[in-house]
Design a binder for this molecule. Structure first.
Ligand SMILES: N[C@@H](CCC(=O)N[C@@H](CS)C(=O)NCC(=O)O)C(=O)O
Length: 210
C-alpha cells in the first residue's frame, strides 16, 4: 500500500534529518526518495517542480495533496495535521515558531557550515571559520540558558521547536563544537534521545525506499 508521506532528501542533510526525526517520533512510516546532490538531482526540472528553491528536504503529503519545502514549515504542517508536537495551545506554538526562526537565523548557519567545511563540502577562509565559531558558541549559550531554566523549549512538553533545534545541535560535535561545555543542552539531548521513536542523525535511509 502506498504511504501518505514521501520524504525527499539526503542522508547527510540536517534539514532532512529534522523531518525524518519528526515523522519517526510521530510513529509515521514514510517512503523515502534519496537525491544525489553531487549529481545535481535537486536542480533537475522534475525536482524543481516540487521545490522551486531546489533544495532538500521536500515532504509530499498525498492526503493533503501538497509537496512542501523548508524543514520548519514542514514540521509545522506535520504538527497541525497529525496533532503531535504542536504544544498545548496557541502560546506554545507561537513560542515554538520563535525558536524555529531563531534556529535558522543564529544556530544552524554556524553549525551546519562549520560541519560542511570539515567534511570538505564547503571551503571557507580562516576569518569566516572564526566568525562561525564565535556565532555558534554565542547561539549555544542562548540555548544553554533556556534549557537550564526549562526541560523543553516551548511549554511543558517536547514540541517541533525541540525537534528543529535538536536537528542542528546533533551535528555540533561534527562541526567542532564541544557540547561538554553545555551541560543543560547535553541533558536535554538525553531527554530527546529517550523519546519513543527517536532516530539518530545518521539514521536516515541512505537509499530510496518505497
Ligand atoms: N532552510 C532550508 C535549508 C535546506 C538546505 O539548506 N538544504 C541543503 C541540503 S542540507 C540543500 O539542498 N542544498 C543544496 C542547495 O542549496 O543548492 C530548510 O530548512 O529546509
Amino acid at each position: 500500500m502506498s504511504k501518505r508521506f514521501t520524504l525527499h532528501g539526503f542522508w547527510l542533510s540536517g534539514p532532512t534529518y529534522k523531518v525524518g526525526l519528526m515523522l519517526s517520533l510521530c510513529g509515521e512510516d514514510f517512503a523515502y526518495q534519496s537525491l544525489n546532490l553531487r549529481a545535481g538531482e535537486h536542480k533537475a526540472p522534475a525536482f524543481l517542480a516540487k521545490n522551486r528553491f531546489g533544495q532538500v528536504p521536500v515532504l509530499e503529503d498525498a492526503e493533503a495533496g501538497l509537496a512542501l519545502c523548508q524543514s520548519a514549515a514542514i514540521l509545522e504542517h506535520l504538527a497541525s495535521t497529525l496533532g503531535k508536537f504542536g504544544g498545548a495551545g496557541a502560546a506554545d506554538l507561537a513560542r515554538a515558531r520563535e525558536w524555529m526562526f531563531w534556529d535558522f537565523d543564529r544556530l544552524a548557519g554556524p553549525i551546519y557550515r562549520s560541519r560542511a567545511q570539515r567534511f570538505g563540502i564547503r571551503a571557507f577562509n580562516q576569518p569566516i571559520m572564526e566568525m562561525y565559531w564565535v556565532e555558534g558558541n554565542a547561539a549555544l549559550k542562548v540555548l544553554e540558558q533556556a534549557l537550564a531554566a526549562s526541560d523543553w523549549l516551548a511549554g511543558a512538553h517536547p514540541t517541533i521547536a525541540d525537534i528543529d533545534v535538536y536537528g542542528v545541535v546533533a551535528y555540533a560535535p561534527q562541526a567542532g563544537f564541544d557540547l561538554g561545555a553545555y551541560p543543560a543542552i547535553s541533558a536535554w539531548m538525553g531527554r530527546m534521545e529517550a523519546l519513543p521513536g527517536f532516530i539518530a542523525s545518521d539514521g536516515l535511509p541512505k537509499a530510496s525506499r518505497p
